[in-house]
Design a protein around this ligand. Structure first.
Ligand SMILES: [Zn+2]
Length: 264
C-alpha cells in the first residue's frame, strides 16, 4: 500500500483562489488544482492508495468548519485530519468533535497560526489530543511563504517531543525544512515521525542517509505536499534512491499504515 502522508485540498468553490494566492505567496507553482477530485486523479496516476489530507485553520472560527469539511470528504482514499487554531476558545469540544468525526489527527502550522511550537499555551491542547489518541502533525522548519523567525525549528520541536513521551507526533519536511543540520542535532533518533514532503529534491543524498540512519526508517513517512509537488514525480524520486525493498515499502506506506492503525 502506498500512502502519501501530506497533501492539501480545498473545498471546490475556493480551491482555485486559494491555490493561486498560496502559489503567489510562496512562489511555488502548483502541480494540481487543489481539489479533492484533483488529488484523486493524481493518486490514480501515481499509484497512491491513500492520501492524508491536511487543512489549516488560519482563523479561530475556521476550526469547526474544517472538521466538518474534513469529515465530509473522508473516505477509503482520503484520510483527513482536523485543525485546531490556538486561539479557538472551545478547542476542547472541537477535539471531541474531531474524534467523533473519526479524523485521525490534527495538523498545526506554527507559521500560518502564528505561535511557537513550544509555547506553553499550546501544551494543554497537545495533551488533550494525545490523550484522545490523535496524531499531532506540525509543519516544521522554514515555510517559503514566510520570513524568519521559524516557528517550529528542531530545538523547539524537541521540547514538545520530550514533553509527550509515547505521543504520535509527525514533523513535516524531514523534521524541519531547510534546517536539516539541526534535525540531525536535535531530532534524529527522538520519538517522532518525520515526513519526506517537499524535501527530497533539496536535501543531499548524504544528509538523507545520515538522518535515516540515525532516526530509523521505521519512523519515516513518504509525503509530497501536493499541490506543491507532483505525486507521480515524488514517488519516482523516492524509488530512485534505490533503497532496499523492505525499507522502501515501509517508507512508502507500511509505516504510515501502522501509525494510522490501518489493516492492510
Ligand atoms: Zn504542507
Amino acid at each position: 500500500m502506498v500512502i502519501d502522508f501530506h497533501v492539501h485540498c480545498f473545498p471546490e468553490e475556493i480551491a482555485g483562489r486559494a491555490v493561486t494566492a498560496l502559489a503567489e505567496k510562496s512562489n511555488i507553482p502548483p502541480r494540481s488544482d487543489g481539489t479533492v477530485a484533483g488529488i484523486r486523479a493524481s493518486m490514480k496516476k501515481a499509484g497512491i492508495d491513500k492520501s492524508v489530507m491536511l487543512s489549516i485553520a488560519t482563523k479561530p472560527q475556521q476550526t469547526q468548519k474544517i472538521t466538518q469539511w474534513a469529515q465530509s470528504v473522508q473516505d477509503e482514499g482520503i484520510i483527513a485530519f482536523g485543525s485546531i487554531h490556538p486561539d479557538c476558545a472551545d478547542w476542547k469540544d472541537e477535539i471531541k468533535r474531531i474524534c467523533e468525526a473519526d479524523l485521525k489527527g490534527i495538523k498545526f502550522h506554527p507559521e500560518y497560526q502564528d505561535f511557537y511550537v513550544d509555547d506553553p499555551k499550546l501544551f494543554p491542547i497537545y495533551e488533550k489530543a494525545v490523550e484522545m489518541g490523535l496524531i499531532i502533525m506540525f509543519h516544521a522548519g522554514a515555510d517559503l511563504g514566510f520570513q524568519p523567525p521559524v516557528h517550529c525549528p528542531p530545538p523547539r520541536l524537541r521540547k514538545v517531543v520530550k514533553a509527550f513521551p509515547g505521543a504520535k507526533i509527525v514533523a513535516a519536511h524531514m523534521g524541519g525544512y531547510d534546517s536539516w543540520d539541526d534535525v540531525e542535532r536535535y531530532l534524529a533518533g527522538e520519538q517522532l515521525y518525520i515526513d519526506t514532503s517537499f524535501s527530497l529534491h533539496k536535501m543531499s543524498r548524504e544528509q538523507f542517509d545520515r538522518i535515516v540512519g540515525v532516526h530509523g526508517f521505521e519512523r519515516l513517512l513518504f509525503a509530497t505536499d501536493s499541490p506543491w509537488k507532483d505525486q507521480s514525480e515524488e514517488i519516482e524520486l523516492l524509488k530512485s534512491l534505490n533503497l532496499p525493498d523492505d525499507v522502501l515499502q515501509a517508507i512508502s506506506g507500511g509505516n504510515a499504515a501502522k501509525l494510522l492503525g490501518l489493516t492492510c
